[in-house]
Design a protein around this ligand. Structure first.
Ligand SMILES: Nc1ncnc2c1ncn2[C@@H]1O[C@H](COP(=O)(O)OP(=O)(O)OP(=O)(O)O)[C@@H](O)[C@H]1O
Length: 341
């Protein structure tokens, strides 16, 4: 089921006489249960995009559809009800410093006038879920960044949302704390069946938790798909630059400089994923004495619990022997592209 959909969405901000086109014709579909990542450089329009989902921003034109309802068409009370279905967490946590951890998490429940005992039970349950049962009486200033974000997550979950929006939720945290928050988001997704839309400028965050990704540039989505596909075959320069930060996906210059090309040699990018990656393909290639094989560069990454191996290989031999080798790789399910420079 589609949980969030955008159709031809445009957003123009007008300040004095200056108009900024922040979004230019966005089409997007996020399915129930997805952890959908949106990545882009600063100013690409990510925050604007995510803020349209809970109607903190209104589209200039186009439709935003959440859980089957077109937000533009809803009355104020329908919109308020819809917003309860959507939790949000932020880069700088946005906690109330004067309130305890317990009271911060309780805010949405107080607003919806939940009975006291029910509220207490729910808050303690959430604090237990995020691992902060012992901090209920602490104040935000007594917590680490990671703990503050855990409070943010507990607060976002208080009203039982269907969707969690994460706006650079780990950007202010160190790598280890980032990991623990990302693991927590995975649990939110699995255990509460909450669809997550997260925006980030870090490809490692996408690799760690998302199943689908959209790449934004200058107000447009330039590429979207499963994380495995986008990481394996980035098409646009911006996507390639992001992918490069987590997977080195080209022949290093130092290797290129020393590369000896002969008349009979050809270079290929060979990509293997999933179970095939654990087969002894390289061993079988080496046993084949028809062609001489040289691995110029190799990279192995785990994405979505699937292994992705990218190798740059040089084959030297008779044309027909190289063809047979390629045929063998093809039968094994490898993706093959010749590198011509
Ligand atoms: N409230 C606003 N008023 C005017 N212009 C805005 C407003 N919010 C964003 N913009 C502009 O819209 C464009 C997209 O901004 P947005 O914050 O959505 O991008 P972003 O990808 O989230 O960037 P960052 O990661 O730096 O926040 C930018 O040019 C920005 O200056």
């Amino acid at each position: 089921m589609t949980m969030i959909e955008m159709k031809r969405v445009y957003k123009t901000y007008k300040r004095k006489n200056v108009a900024t086109e922040a979004l230019k014709g966005i089409d997007l579909e996020i399915q129930e249960g997805d952890i959908f990542g949106v990545i882009g450089y600063s100013g690409a329009g990510k925050s604007t995009l995510v803020r349209l989902v809970n109607y903190l921003e209104r589209p200039t034109s186009g439709q935003v559809i959440v859980d089957g309802q077109v937000l533009n068409d809803l009355s104020d009370s329908q919109l308020r009800a819809m917003k309860k279905q959507i939790g949000m967490i932020f880069q700088h946590f946005n906690l109330l410093e004067s309130k305890t951890v317990f009271d911060n998490v309780a805010i949405p429940l107080v607003l919806s006038k939940k009975p006291k005992d029910e509220m207490k039970k729910r808050v303690m349950e959430l604090l237990d879920f995020v691992g902060l049962s012992d901090k209920a009486r602490s104040y935000p200033k007594e917590l680490s960044g990671g703990q503050k974000q855990r409070v943010g997550i507990a607060r976002a979950l208080a009203s039982n949302p269907k969707i969690l929006l994460c706006d650079e939720a780990t950007s202010a945290l160190d790598p280890q704390t980032t990991q623990s928050i990302l693991q927590l988001l995975k649990r939110v997704n699995k255990e509460y069946n909450i669809t997550i839309m997260l925006i980030t400028h870090e490809m490692s965050v996408i690799r760690e938790v998302c199943n689908r990704v959209a790449v934004m540039e200058a107000g447009e989505i330039i590429e979207q798909g499963s994380v495995l596909d986008v990481f394996g075959h980035p098409k646009y320069p911006t996507t390639k630059n992001f992918v490069k930060t987590v997977i080195h996906n080209s022949i290093p210059e130092s290797v290129k400089r020393t590369l000896k090309k002969t008349e009979n040699s050809r270079v290929f990018r060979v990509e293997v994923k999933g179970e095939v990656a654990s087969e002894p393909i390289v061993h079988q290639l080496m046993k084949n004495h028809e062609v001489e094989m040289n691995i110029l560069f190799a990279n192995m990454t785990e994405i979505q619990e699937t292994t992705l191996v990218i190798m740059y290989m040089q084959f030297d031999g008779e044309a027909s022997a190289i063809e047979r080798t390629l045929q063998f790789l093809n039968e094994k399910g490898a993706g093959i592209e010749e590198v011509v420079e």
